[in-house]
Write a new protein. Sequence first.
Length: 158
Amino acid sequence: MEQEKLQQHIRQCREELDRKQALLKRSGFDIFDPYTYRNDFQTEEITILKNETVVSTASIIPVACFNHDEKTWMWLWGKYLFPKNLREKSLKLQELHNITGMDIFSDEFPKIKEEMIWDILALCANHLNSEGILPWPMNNTGHVTYYYALSNITISDP
């Protein structure tokens, strides 16, 4: 993809993702307290609970993780923490290499700048036709964040 068209595509994907992320906030997918998350990689779902009551559910596809201290990015299609079915869905992101011409989509551990994260995630969300991206901090210190593409979001009646 020529550079000007690529930049335009990234801008469009960012605008689209920003709208989707605003909707996710209303679904409870941006608040970690007092909500509790439960992920089930076998069923490919994440559930949000409040006081043991289901608030929302969504299908997930693992996208990537970023270590904020080491500034390292890792695509989750290669991480054996996830079952084969989820890794295969995540592998679809490698198609972005041919579409965009960006090598970061074919290298499992590409070098990226932290300020590029949401542009990359926007391209991923668009390509996976997801309803948004869930950033999942792996510990209380915020050193590593996992990113999941969400789809089939359901919100339970209060």
